[in-house]
Write a protein that binds this ligand. Structure first.
Ligand SMILES: C[S@@+](CC[C@H](N)C(=O)[O-])C[C@H]1O[C@@H](n2cnc3c(N)ncnc32)[C@H](O)[C@@H]1O
Length: 220
């Protein structure tokens, strides 16, 4: 098995952020929203949600479009990312998205708990993965819906390279490099299950594509 190689936690470089914000994530992001909808199981959801590591806010935007009465707090430790999100999302939708600049685990959020907590592609950035699970525990309450998607680490660098060529061939080099680094920094299904067990968090963990894991559940 290939060992994990960590990458930088925050994405702050302007060129990297622009390449990320302009990339085509339509397939994984729309699949994420469909899976999240199944966890929420209420098409009229009108509560307060939290997006951890929101980046330039593509999933944040899709969420508030899917739930026109919901409010979202979208957190990221990179000011460059948050500025990009504020630039890309329409003012009308931003009335329901509050961007919060803050770094896990020290970020202090506006609300003590949330009805929904979701995150895409944050876990593999964290040098210490339990930070995410403990943060979720802190801001959840009984009944909070949790949905986390991330990459899975392939067995070898060759497979990682093959995935870059298969899924990011038309993207700029900087994004291809980012994707490659992210695959090497990601966790395996077994590692994620162990992380959850060690913080006593009971969530479902399932592989959702050749390169994605989806972790979800409702807090007891
Ligand atoms: C790969 S991007 C994912 C962005 C977005 N969720 C998406 O799916 O498009 C990961 C984001 O997590 C942020 N991040 C990484 N470590 C973080 C931390 N410790 N606290 C807050 N944000 C963090 C990065 O700055 C980056 O914007």
């Amino acid at each position: 098995m290939m060992h994990r190689i960590v990458e930088s936690e925050l994405m702050e470089d302007e060129a990297q952020v622009i390449a990320y914000a302009e990339a085509d994530f339509d397939t994984p992001h729309s699949q994420f929203i469909e899976r999240l909808k199944a966890v929420i199981n209420n098409p009229d959801f009108s509560g307060l949600a939290l997006d951890l590591g929101c980046g330039p806010g593509d999933i944040s935007r899709r969420f508030v479009e899917a739930y026109p009465d919901a409010i979202l707090h979208a957190v990221d430790g990179s000011e460059t990312m948050i500025r990009r999100g504020q630039l890309l999302i329409s003012p009308a939708l931003q009335k329901r998205i509050r961007f919060v600049l803050g770094c896990l685990p020290s970020a202090i959020l506006p609300n003590p708990d949330y009805d929904i907590i979701f995150s895409n592609s944050l876990l593999h950035h964290l040098h210490e993965p339990l930070v995410l699970w403990n943060f979720i525990k802190h801001y959840a309450r009984p009944g909070t819906c949790v949905a986390i998607m991330d990459l899975l680490r392939p067995d070898s660098k060759e497979i990682a390279q093959f995935m870059v060529e298969s899924y990011a061939a038309n993207e700029p080099k900087i994004l291809q490099q980012d994707f490659y680094n992210s695959l090497l920094a990601a966790f395996t299904l077994e590692e994620i299950k162990q992380q959850l067990e060690s913080v006593d968090l009971t969530l479902n963990v399932g592989q959702s594509s050749d390169r994605h894991v989806f972790i979800s559940g409702v807090m007891p």
